[in-house]
Design a binder for this molecule. Structure first.
Ligand SMILES: CCCCCCC[C@H](O)CC(=O)SCCNC(=O)CCNC(=O)[C@H](O)C(C)(C)COP(=O)([O-])OP(=O)([O-])OC[C@H]1O[C@@H](n2cnc3c(N)ncnc32)[C@H](O)[C@@H]1OP(=O)([O-])[O-]
Length: 717
């Protein structure tokens, strides 16, 4: 709804009221129509101010309403009504003006913003375009290049940047509504005719064709198959080349296609899933809303390799005082230099001073005695980590939380080395840790709810989306990666090439295929883990393609034995022009090696098509996702999907692996897994899991209903 009052004698004040972000629900839209009518028909009112309740102008159209038929006044004529008002209308922008919220402000005749307000048209992240005139008004106001940037990236700008762009008329650091009312009084006698953005000509550009061609190329490269960014460019092109009314018609057509697309549904699901994971629960019954996190003012990071450095930067940027520790003095100095420059670069980007005084460095563990939380980020070696946890347990003050940045080791084993296992949790960051948005918070069997709440809260402070997951080998993300990688290797054995597998996966929307990704992260990483797991030993009298009773591909191990570790050695699944080179080229040696391998093992290469590559890699991964749900390692499908989109480059327009399974159809996923498992009975990861069968038997319910079919957590509180 919207509230109305008359202030300063002659200003009609309309306040949007729909907490928490004043989204433009049917009731709010009706409220705007009614209150505007009141203001325009009141002879005492000379000008109008529109603001939002509780310091937030408006977060846009109400996304929750997108899945039901439209009720209430539609947004486009509503904004048209604001723009054509005979009295000047001023938008008072506090907090956020996003999507439809900014489109409403663009319909106003003047815009006054707080310097710290955030403005933007982020519809592209929801699989949409600014469909209430935003794609037509914004380029007319700020020019085509700036509009292309804002609309295709969906990035937010501050009030200060908005002023530079010409998006707002004035910026203030004081009370925005008071300033807007003063402004409204000052323009009360000026007819708003010349202020209607839809009547502005689009600013000329010397070479529109080249501009749009370049933009389209960039957008297609980044979009990885997403439709919305391409439609955004097409809509802006209409603004630049057509009269306003025709441009609006083009915007409507493009929006209609996007609005009903599976991609928009997937991206909107992802939006709500990112928020849902914050409402975590544990099998014990402990929950986000009943557990108070501990205070973290001071933290220690142990081990300053790539991960430790990124974690230190993320903590400092979140306002936490950090002691960064590394035993090797040379490495400590190098890390100090690297962290300082990362902090300086980050501060420059955000227009603030670098908080270099928030971090100090140590080559010993003593400062651990005086911190609230420790994050261990040493080499992935259980013995080393165990020793460290023993030392920390003896050294730290009572109540210090002990966290491990392990990517898959057993958190319970680490906890068992300490005097207070309830204070131990995993905090699995993703590289680069100061950039990547995902954090897996891993609770062991003895982790206290408070330790989980503390890690989740700290993740939030660092700007991460944190997902609480149970303790098992690889947790959620890396556990699901295993069958996915495995299938890719088996497909090579059976007849395909790394280039073809990567092409299929990249066409699906992954930023990189399996093999390019493996070359980038280093083949030796997995090799070391397999060695530690005893998987490199071939049992007497057994084929090298069977380990621990299951089918196994030794291809990765054989490459490592040849010193082919990927990009860093200039050779891996591909060849590179030099060690550290980044351009992957097909390698004839590798093709010859695969042929020799097949001959040696009596394998006859056969033609593997696009469908088989995609289904075997993705369905094996999804099947593991269902097992994870069955085991209670993830509380719901949203947790898995958020982890895959934010941590493993799963394309957002496909929602995440569990959402995608629903899109494909659970019945079909089950049938194809059954088919592949019959063909390859020695690959257990292709055997459809019980939960998948159960969901199919129950009519393949939509993803938001799956929780009803999971085992209920047992409350132990
Ligand atoms: C053909 C038809 C034509 C249609 C016309 C199209 C018009 C237009 O172009 C389309 C749009 O505007 S599309 C929209 C374009 N706008 C956007 O894309 C903006 C999306 N929103 C955001 O980016 C962030 O929420 C903010 C930055 C606003 C606040 O961040 P923060 O302070 O960290 O808070 P938080 O935790 O993020 O959210 C708090 C709660 O608010 C909820 N909620 C939020 N926005 C909502 C919405 N629009 N709606 C509903 N709910 C919304 C959110 O779910 C959460 O609920 P929970 O139950 O507590 O979990």
């Amino acid at each position: 709804m919207a509230q109305y009052s008359r202030v300063s004698g002659t200003v009609g004040l309309i306040t949007l009221l729909n907490p928490p972000v004043n989204a433009l629900s049917a009731a709010v839209r009706q409220g705007i129509v009614d209150t505007l009518d009141k203001a325009l028909s009141d002879r005492k009112v000379k000008s109008v101010v529109i603001c939002g309740h509780n310091g937030k102008f408006c977060g846009g159209a109400d996304i929750r309403e997108f899945s039901s038929p439209l009720t209430g006044p539609p947004l486009i004529p509503l904004i048209q009504g604001v723009e054509s008002a005979a009295k000047p209308v001023v938008a008072a922008i506090d907090g956020v003006a996003l999507g439809g919220g900014l489109e409403l402000a663009l319909g106003c005749h003047y815009r006054i913003a707080h310097s710290k307000a955030r403005l933007g048209l982020p519809e592209v992240h929801l699989g949409l375009l600014p469909g209430a005139g935003g794609s037509q008004r914004l380029p007319r106001l700020i020019g085509v290049p700036a509009a292309l940037d804002l609309i295709t990236t969906g990035r937010h700008v501050t009030g200060a940047e908005a002023l530079q762009l010409g998006l707002v008329d004035k910026v203030t650091d004081r009370n925005t509504v008071d300033e807007a009312v003063k402004f409204a009084l000052s323009v009360a006698d000026q007819p708003p005719n010349s202020r209607r953005v839809s009547t502005f000509p689009c600013p000329r550009h010397p070479d529109l064709d080249a501009l749009f061609e370049g933009a389209m190329q960039r957008v297609r490269q980044r979009a990885r198959g997403a439709l919305a960014p391409v439609a955004c460019v097409q809509a802006i092109r209409a603004a630049a080349t057509l009269p306003y009314a025709q441009g609006m018609e083009r915007e409507r057509e493009l929006m209609a296609t996007l609005f009903t697309s599976g991609q928009a549904r997937a991206q909107q699901y992802h939006f709500f899933a990112q928020r849902a994971v914050g409402r975590w629960s544990m099998p014990s019954g402990a929950r986000w809303d009943t557990t108070k996190p501990g205070a973290v003012h001071k933290a220690m990071v142990i081990g300053l390799g790539t991960m430790g450095r990124g974690i230190s930067v993320a903590l400092v940027q979140a306002g936490v005082s950090v002691v960064a520790m590394e035993t090797n003095e040379k490495q400590l100095m190098e890390a100090k230099q690297a962290i300082s420059s990362m902090l300086e670069r980050g501060a420059k980007r955000r227009g603030v001073a670098p908080a270099l005084d928030k971090i100090r460095y140590s080559w010993n563990m003593e400062p651990a005695a005086d911190v609230d939380l420790v994050i261990e980020a040493v080499f992935e070696d259980m013995a080393l980590k165990k020793k460290l946890f023993q030392q920390l347990s003896a050294l730290c003050k009572p109540g210090t939380f002990l966290c491990s940045n392990t990517s898959g080791l057993d958190v319970d084993q680490l906890a068992s080395e300490t005097r207070h296992p309830e204070l131990v949790v995993g905090m699995h960051f993703f590289a680069p840790a100061h950039v990547m948005k995902l954090l897996e918070v891993v609770y062991g069997s003895r982790s206290s709810p408070q330790a989980v709440a503390t890690a989740m809260e700290l993740g939030k402070r660092m700007g991460k989306v944190s997902v609480a997951v149970g303790n098992c080998r690889g947790f959620v993300g890396n556990r699901m990666l295993k069958p996915y990688l495995e299938q890719a290797f088996f497909l090579l054995e059976e007849g395909t090439t790394p280039e073809f597998v990567d092409q299929v996966l990249e066409e699906f929307g992954f930023a990189m295929g399996v093999f390019r990704m493996s070359d980038l992260s280093g083949l030796d990483v997995g090799w070391r883990v397999r060695k530690a797991d005893g998987l490199l030993n071939v049992s007497e009298g057994h084929s090298a393609r069977i380990r621990q009773g299951c089918r196994y591909s030794p291809l990765g191990d054989l490459l490592c034995e040849q010193g082919r570790f990927g990009q860093k050695t200039g050779r891996g699944w591909y060849q590179y022009d030099k060690p550290g080179g980044r351009v992957a080229k097909p390698d004839p040696w590798l093709h010859g090696f695969l042929e020799k391998f097949r001959t040696q093992h009596g394998l006859v290469a056969h033609r593997i098509d696009h469908q088989e590559v995609l289904e075997r890699c993705l369905y094996a991964l999804m099947n593991e996702g269902f097992r994870i749900l069955e085991d209670g390692i993830a509380a719901g499908p949203e947790d898995i999907d958020v982890i895959y989109v934010l941590g493993y480059s799963w394309p957002p327009h496909r929602g995440g692996p569990m959402f995608y399974a629903g899109m494909v159809g659970l019945q079909k996923v089950l049938e194809r897994l059954e088919h592949y498992h019959q063909e390859h009975p020695d690959i257990p990861s292709l055997k459809p899991c019980n939960l998948l069968r159960k969901l199919v038997v129950n009519g393949s319910p939509p993803v938001h209903k799956w929780r009803e079919f999971l085992k209920k957590p047992q409350s132990q509180l």
